[in-house]
Design a protein around this ligand. Structure first.
Ligand code: M6R
Length: 613
């Protein structure tokens, strides 16, 4: 979603800010802007030069003069919440005199009341945004001390924020603060940085300090100071960013999404290696820090996430029940957090998130903690807010996922949850032979994924059928139902094709009324104990005119006969099957998006990291 970069030092600020914003582009945005302190020799002091553009960072970069000058500045990518996608609504926003510039991620919930009061007091608003109250509020409280002014302004604000503030009267200073929206300080020799994502700073510094909620940072070329918004002291350490995030390199691939689909053999290998221990029939996940006695004491498992991560959570919950015989459920994090859930001491929760910054999932994590429950992160981005808030968990190690549509993160999330289920299963229900067989099959999956990706079958035929439909139905049973949901989500996100997904047996309870020759159906039917029943459901939709794409196990002739387009995947056990059956669905979405001329890596209206509720 929105992105923040701030800089103070010796380098030309505008170029560095734009470079940082480019690294944040993958998060999703619709406009971009910078404010830089210029005119150092002006007798009236520095000026704030603000430039904004709707559209891509490249359009902003083209508009910013090479010789703009200035060594301090802030830059922002905006994903519209309050007010349309227009230049006046793009950040930075200014106070009346244009001496204070603010960029903001998050939502100021009491903006309407604050705005009305500020207008009465003479503030002139130029945008429809919630953010614009901030520069006016800071101006109101400014008596010469910039940090005190930001602190005072934020004390009357309700909502979430990562902010960066630049004062024309204080060259060589940027003030930042966070509450519910990530912000880090980067430190270098004679320069300091702010960013909403440390990877924006990777070419300049890997020395990072993570702000916590309700903290404020003042950065100067000489260093940084972080205090609590209530004035209290903090005790931060500088951490070194070890992960390489890259960002721009698509290699030989036309899109990040396609590259990431093809990276799954390696990402799965990274996720599994050293964790599955077939000779013990089990698995080791040091980050969970749970011994056999702790695992034996778990009474219930909840797996929480949003979007694709929720689909992985559903597979994970099934695996926990099947392998460990622990009652388990999956729930959409945004619903869980507000339904006052019953959480008991012997419950264990997993929070699933690629980005580790999803506001709804973070809210659910906090709800578990408030109620005294235990929660583990299953996260891709190292050092992200959810990972740090949980404190314990599993990194899925899928590597940087740049395309907004999640692919390799999904399979790594499922794999990590299967490893956890195996580990719990070995303690609770599985004998060494069953555990070993499951672990060995899990370790074979990356090779099966690689071999399928080399010869994926008639994807083009399936795509032709899907893009020609009025809308598309996806169905499956058991763990193939979350796979169907994931296939439908991918096709909506990337190709903007209306889709529905159902447990296969539910079709006849209503949705089948919609079926005719204009509604292609994608059926996920691996060889499991429910296969025959799903085959009957395929017959039912075919009898009503639907054309079918059937994703089935290699060699399943009966399934093939029921398919207008048959997509076989390698055989595996039921719980591992989502790691294979999801692959064609990812390619359907990619190629359908391509056929329809969509913006594959950055679909409209979407953000990679959803940091507002
Ligand atoms: O970063 P997270 O995994 O927490 O993100 C959750 C969802 O926003 C995300 O999976 C979203 O549904 C993706 N665009 C799916 O492709």
């Amino acid at each position: 979603m929105c992105g923040i970069v701030g800089y103070v030092g010796e380098r030309p600020a505008s170029r560095l800010l734009i470079d940082g914003l480019r690294r944040l582009e993958y998060r999703g945005y619709d406009s971009a802007g910078i404010a830089v302190l210029t005119d150092p020799t002006n007798p009236g002091g520095h000026s704030l030069t603000v430039m904004k553009r709707v559209g891509h960072v490249a359009q902003l970069a083209a508009a910013v003069p090479e010789d703009l000058g200035g060594n301090s500045g802030i830059g922002h990518t905006r994903w519209a919440t309050h007010g349309g996608v227009t230049e006046p609504n793009a950040h930075p926003h200014l106070d009346n005199d244009g001496r204070i510039a603010v960029i903001h991620n998050g939502i100021i919930e009491n903006h309407a009341i604050l705005r009305a009061k500020l207008v009465e007091e003479g503030a002139r608003f130029r945008s429809e945004t919630d953010t614009e109250v901030l520069p006016h509020l800071i101006r109101k409280f400014y008596k010469g001390d910039p940090v005190a002014a930001v602190r005072a302004a934020l004390s009357v604000v309700q909502g979430t924020y990562g902010v960066a503030v630049l004062f024309a009267d204080h060259p060589g200073l940027v003030v930042g603060a966070r509450n519910g929206s990530p912000l880090v300080v980067g430190t270098g020799e004679g320069e300091s940085f702010l960013a909403s994502d440390p990877h924006a700073l990777a070419p300049y510094t890997r020395k990072i300090v993570y702000l916590e909620d309700r903290e404020i940072a003042a950065i100067t070329p000489l260093g940084w100071e972080i205090t609590r918004l209530d004035g209290g002291a903090t005790n931060h350490v500088v951490e070194t960013l070890t992960e390489s995030w890259g960002g721009g390199d698509r290699g030989a691939y036309a899109h990040h999404m396609l590259k990431e689909i093809h990276e799954q053999p390696e990402s799965l290998t990274r996720c599994l290696s050293g964790r599955v221990v077939p000779e013990e029939g089990g698995a080791r996940l040091g980050g969970l820090d749970l011994g056999p006695r702790d695992i034996a004491g778990i009474r219930r498992i909840g797996v929480l996430g949003c979007g694709t991560s929720f689909h992985a959570a559903q597979v994970g919950a099934s695996a926990m029940e099947q392998l460990a015989r622990i009652p388990a459920f999956a729930e959409i994090a945004s619903e869980f957090r507000y339904r006052n859930p019953v959480i008991q001491q012997d419950d264990l929760f997993f929070a699933i998130s690629q980005s580790g910054e999803t506001a709804d999932t973070l809210g659910a994590v906090k709800e578990v903690k408030v109620k005294g429950g235990q929660v583990m992160g299953v996260v891709n981005v190292v050092g992200s807010t959810i990972a740090r808030t949980c404190g314990r968990g599993v990194y899925v190690h899928s590597g940087p996922e740049i395309a907004v549509a999640s692919t390799k993160a999904f399979t790594s999330q499922v794999a990590a949850l299967l490893v956890a289920a195996l580990s719990f299963g070995r303690t609770r229900a599985l004998g060494p032979h069953e555990g070993r067989a499951f672990g060995e099959e899990l370790l074979r999956i990356p090779e099966k994924v690689a071999s399928w990706l080399e010869r994926p079958g008639p994807i083009a035929d399936a795509v032709e059928l899907l893009v020609g439909g009025r809308f598309v139905f996806f169905f499956g049973r058991g763990v193939s139902h979350p796979v169907a949901m994931e296939g439908a989500l991918k096709l909506k996100e990337v190709a903007y094709i209306p889709c529905m997904s159902y447990p296969a047996a539910e079709m006849k309870h209503g949705p089948i009324a919609l079926i005719d020759h204009t509604t292609p159906v994608v059926a996920i039917v691996p060889e499991d104990m429910m296969r025959d029943k799903t085959l009957s459901n395929i017959q039912e939709v075919r009898a009503r005119g639907a054309r079918t794409v059937v994703v089935h196990t290699e060699g399943d002739r009966e399934a093939r006969k029921l398919a207008d387009v048959s997509i076989p995947v390698p055989a595996t056990n039921l719980l591992c099957s989502p790691l294979l059956t999801v692959l064609p669905l990812q390619l359907f979405a990619y190629h359908a998006g391509l056929t329809l001329g969509r913006d594959i890596d950055r679909p409209r209206n979407l953000a990679k990291s959803v940091t507002v509720e």
